[in-house]
Design a protein around this ligand. Sequence first.
Ligand code: DQA
Length: 145
Amino acid sequence: MGNMIFILNGPNLNLLGKREPEVYGHATLADVETACQGIAAETGLEIRMLQSNHEGELIDWIHEAREKAAGIIINPAAFSHTSVAILDALNTFEGPVIEVHISNIHKREEFRHHSYVSARAEGVIAGCGVDGYGLALRHLGQVLK
Ligand code: DQA
């Protein structure tokens, strides 16, 4: 529990780096994990980086986080805009939740402007590219001190 942060990634983020690079950039999820490992080591946190294309698997990991994690960073990807089930799962988690979007969802199509997860998140970072994950991690390092 103590210093463990789950970093959860939703559908299509396994293709990060290859998928629409003009929107999401060239870094892969493995690159993001490496960068986050470095920041975690600096801030005294541990991370577990997970990605799934399946809503239920993300929900199972949120339930697991109840027992094992002090905080959650989540990029729910398209499920942000559709999933009451992920919101409900996050509402069962007691620690801080930070929502990350690589792109600025407010600058994009209208259907991306609303996120169910934002109703639960302590903070939302959007449009800072993959740096958003590291910013979220540094923030959790501060609040969990
Ligand atoms: C995203 C934005 C979502 O609208 C989209 O469906 C994604 C990625 C982002 O990181 O910018 O898959 O969450």
